[in-house]
Design a protein around this ligand. Structure first.
Ligand code: SF4
Length: 340
């Protein structure tokens, strides 16, 4: 019999606005009767991809898989200008779901290139966002872990910028490191506020519970960072991809209060499922009997509309859309979410 009596889901969890907006664009296009594709998985979550497929939205790896006249949604990570041009020249309807924050990164890079800076980009080299950013600054030096940093050449004028989901501590440490490697250092802080707030909420939760469960893709950098922060807080932590990964009640030890958090591509609904599983697996007799209700209540305490998976009710089209040219097509009925 377990001892868990309460499971607390952290504040401000679920999809970030960038991921949600791209999903909404795809759903809206499909609801309008368009043959709709997303270039790459719009979110690294098989359950969500299956739901989109059920609505006729296909994930493609390359533009060659999209027939002329069809719609293709660019996901929140963005793409290189070349990919955008190619999509247009192939006669596709490009629906630009690049996150507004990533667009700011792209513009900042263009400006740094024009100003002649040697650009250091803190990011994971093959991450789609970084690949897209390099289209705006092909000569940028991409570095990730600290052991990479020594290969950054000494130069007179240097600029530092970051992939949106990098941990703030690493960005600050790299900035300090670069001070000694150049005469002028320009720092453009492009770490997404959603990422920062998610980390703050996780640290806050970890300080008040006996055990943390972090839900998200194994390869998701921002999910791994949440796990690392729980470890730094000194709270025992388990990272899982889904409720199915929770099989051993002993993992929870004597924990009575458990915190649950998730990465920016973890649907908020998954957190409820994981919460229910924790109650069922490691809860006291009382909570096990009411696991489903308690999990719904745990989510209800935190789940505002901001972090839900989609704003688009099935079968309707309600979201204003940016086109590839940066204009907005207003579809009656609602407004997009903006800001971090
Ligand atoms: S993490 Fe931030 S920058 Fe990245 S898609 Fe989400 S909102 Fe946009």
């Amino acid at each position: 019999m377990g001892q868990v009596r309460d499971v607390v889901i952290t504040r401000r969890t679920g999809f970030c606005y960038g991921v949600r907006e791209a999903i909404d664009y795809a759903k809206t296009a499909a609801a309008e009767g368009k043959t709709t594709h997303t270039l790459g998985q719009v979110v690294h979550n098989e359950g969500v991809i299956e739901q989109l497929e059920a609505q006729g939205i296909r994930t493609v790896g390359t533009l060659d898989e999209v027939q002329e006249g069809s719609a293709v949604v660019i996901r929140a990570h963005g793409v290189t200008p070349e990919v955008m041009d190619r999509a247009r020249s192939r006669g596709l309807e490009v629906i630009d779901g690049t996150c507004t924050w990533v667009i700011q990164e792209q513009r900042a890079l263009e400006s740094l290139v024009a100003d002649g800076y040697t650009i250091v980009l803190l990011g994971t080299p093959k991450h789609p966002e970084v690949v897209g950013l390099l289209g705006f600054a092909p000569d940028a030096i991409v570095v990730d872990e600290e052991e990479d940093w020594a290969r950054i050449p000494r130069t007179k004028r240097m600029a530092l910028i970051s992939q949106s989901t990098q941990p703030p501590w690493k960005f600050e440490r790299l900035a300090a490191y670069l001070v000694s490697r150049c005469h002028e250092l320009k720092i453009v802080n492009t770490i997404c506020p959603v990422t920062i707030r998610r980390q703050q909420d996780t640290m806050e939760a970890a300080a008040g519970v006996d055990f943390m469960v972090v839900v998200g893709g194994r390869s998701s950098a921002n999910t791994k960072e949440l796990t690392r922060l729980c470890q730094i807080a000194g709270t025992p932590v388990l990272q899982v991809e889904s409720a199915e990964d929770l099989t051993d009640a002993n993992a929870f030890g004597d924990a009575q209060v458990v915190g649950v958090t998730g990465g920016t591509s973890t649907p908020i609904e998954d957190l409820q499922v994981v919460t229910q599983r924790i109650y069922e697996l490691a809860g006291t007799r009382e909570v096990r009997a009411n696991a489903a209700e308690l999990a719904a209540s745990s989510l209800g305490r935190v789940a505002g509309s901001t972090y839900r998976t989609s704003s688009v009710p099935s079968g309707t089209s309600t979201v204003p859309r940016r086109t590839a040219a940066g204009t907005t097509t207003n579809v009656p009925g609602s407004a997009t979410t903006a800001g971090g």
